[in-house]
Ligand binder design. Structure first.
Ligand code: RIB
Ligand code: CA
Length: 311
């Protein structure tokens, strides 16, 4: 039986690669996709999510729009990384599939309450506003979820939007705090992992060599998306963040980490949105998350390339 997942996302070229990987993998059943404001405003993330589904030939996937801003703070976006459309790089056709009616947070609640207990995995690839709203609307989903596997945070790699904070957590720290405290089995895929999976020229070339529309679009998305980080980090290629969440579900043996306590800074502006990860166990705070630290980067790209090549 395929593993049922909901992807919560702010496409975003790396989100798009994660969605392609999920839709190309028969081990997973994407029950639905919920868009949230993050990399670019909601009007664009919900449209981009539909464009990516159609790129994968999956206009059947239910796509919902969720929160258009964080729970309390003003929205911070990242057009400087993703371009003004949020999916700059390839020229993709306007979506024809319709957005589903209803709020993404309600879809998350309704799906988890309708599916058998322990059947649904939530894969947030974005600010956690929708997930926090769902938990607040219906706290019982916490006990029914199989797991949350999210991309966010940083410990040994620090932050990427401030010295202390990673973007997904920084945009909505209050939401992240609600999610990390919810008592759901939680796996965090942080910058400590994603800074090791770089879109080097040779890796990107393999997508172009596929000679398919998804392969070419993937190459163009990575080439656009990486330029900011190549400049910033002086590397060949940039970190490919979000597909690591899906790859973790498909081949967890590519990853290693430790069950630790993780808490979120929600008061100091200096460290707002910091994931305070107790990797060395210096506190006796509850160990609420599996913090992934290492990845077999070649194995990750082998998987991503092979699967996208199926589309
Ligand atoms: O910090 C990286 C994260 O922020 C990724 O999810 C990327 O898509 C952006 O949302
Ligand atoms: Ca994202």
């Amino acid at each position: 039986m395929p593993r049922k997942i909901i992807i919560d996302t702010d496409p975003g070229q790396d989100d798009a690669m994660a969605i392609l990987l999920a839709l190309a993998s028969p081990e997973l059943e994407v029950v639905g996709i919920t868009a949230v404001a993050g990399n670019v405003p909601l009007a664009l993330t919900q449209k981009n999510a539909r464009m990516v589904c159609e790129l994968a030939g999956r206009a059947d996937i239910p796509v919902y729009a969720g929160a258009d801003r964080p729970l309390k703070r003003e929205l911070v976006t990242a057009e400087y990384v993703h371009g003004k459309t949020g999916l700059d790089g390839p020229v993709l056709p306007e979506p024809t599939m319709q957005l589903r009616d209803g709020h993404g947070a309600d879809f998350i609640v309704d799906t988890i309450m309708a599916e058998p207990e322990g059947e649904v995995t939530l894969c947030p690839l974005a600010p956690l506003t929708n997930v926090a709203m769902a938990l607040e609307k219906e706290p019982r989903i916490a006990g029914r979820l199989r797991e949350i596997v999210l991309m966010g945070g940083g410990c040994f790699e620090g932050g990427n939007v401030t010295p202390a904070a990673e973007f997904n957590i920084y945009v909505d720290p209050e939401a992240a705090d609600i999610v990390l405290r919810a008592g759901v089995p939680m796996t965090v895929v942080p910058l400590d992992v994603t800074h090791k999976t770089l879109t080097t020229a040779s890796r990107v070339a393999r997508f172009r060599d596929m000679g398919t529309r998804p392969g070419e679009a993937a190459a163009q998305m990575m080439e656009f998306f990486e330029r900011f980080d190549e400049q910033k980090y002086g590397t060949d290629g940039g970190p490919l963040h979000d597909p690591n969440v899906i790859a973790y579900l498909l081949k967890p043996e590519l990853y290693s980490g430790r069950q630790i306590n993780v808490e979120i800074e929600t008061s100091s502006e200096l460290t707002m949105g910091m994931t305070v990860a107790d990797w060395w166990g210096v506190t006796n705070r509850p160990k609420n998350a599996l913090w992934v630290r290492d990845v077999d980067a070649d194995g990750f790209f082998e998987l991503l390339t092979e699967r996208v090549g199926r589309l």
